[in-house]
Design a protein around this ligand. Structure first.
Ligand code: CDP
Length: 230
């Protein structure tokens, strides 16, 4: 049996900018699977809450109905999902520093996590999915056939994120500043009560600090093919 005859769920978790999204997308393409970026859902909800003018101090007590009223929707398109707010595509603004600064606060809200859990699980119902986030292997898909926990040195993560944003040669000060933001988000994600960022006991730890994207994708694809065999 192959990964196609026996489609599995692959969960990729890890701290901010550890390479989850690019790795998950490439693994999905290699296996012909669907790709789910769970962080993009939290980002879209954060953007919607900010645009709706909901004061951040009230976020912790948001109700399911208020979350639903943010009108974030996901439509399967190609191998992934397109996200929209009230019918309009979310665009790059979900990656802005404004959203970065607030997303972990919204992601800690119980009504937000409860509402998303069903949507995310529905996407993986038939297998053939690579999903990345913070709690995919622990909470969303605890029975995933393959779980990976990616880690990476904070300054290397900061460098990759700055390059992604079009700064090929950032200086030491910029790298340290970006690393500080990433570590602060990790701290919030690790210390929240609900679905904290933590390695699942059965996840495989992969340190990407000195790995190329091709090498880390290849390693996960090989593991997936081995797991899909009966
Ligand atoms: O790509 P990056 O690592 O910067 O972050 P992301 O995957 O887009 O996730 C953005 C934020 O959403 C995280 O910092 C978490 O606060 C939250 N998140 C979460 O709580 N649970 C998930 N499964 C995925 C993201």
């Amino acid at each position: 049996m192959s990964t196609k005859d026996h489609p599995i769920v692959i969960a990729i978790d890890g701290p901010a900018a550890s390479g989850k999204s690019s790795t998950a997308k490439a693994v999905a393409a290699e296996l012909g699977y669907r790709y789910l970026d769970s962080g993009a859902f939290y980002r879209a909800l954060t953007l919607a809450a900010l645009n709706a003018g909901l004061p951040t101090r009230t976020w912790s007590s948001l109700t399911t109905e208020q979350v639903r009223n943010l009108a974030v929707a996901a439509t399967p398109v190609g191998a992934g999902y397109d996200l929209s707010i009230a019918g309009a595509p979310v665009g790059d603004e979900i990656r802005s520093s404004r959203v970065n600064a607030h997303v972990s606060r919204l992601a800690a809200v119980p009504a937000v996590r409860g509402w998303l859990l069903d949507a995310l699980r529905e996407a993986g119902r038939d297998g053939g999915l690579v999903a990345d986030g913070r709690d995919i292997g622990t909470v969303v898909f605890p029975d995933a056939e393959l779980k990976i926990f990616l880690v990476c040195d904070p300054e290397e993560r900061a460098l990759r994120r700055l390059r992604q944003r079009g700064r090929p040669e950032p200086d030491v000060r910029q790298i340290r500043e970006e690393a500080r933001h990433l570590l602060e988000r990790d701290r919030l994600d690790q210390s929240r009560e609900i679905a904290p960022l933590i390695k699942a006991h059965d996840a495989i730890l992969l340190d990407t600090t000195d790995l190329s994207l091709d090498a880390q994708v290849g390693a996960i694809v090989r593991l997936a093919r081995a797991r899909a065999r009966p």
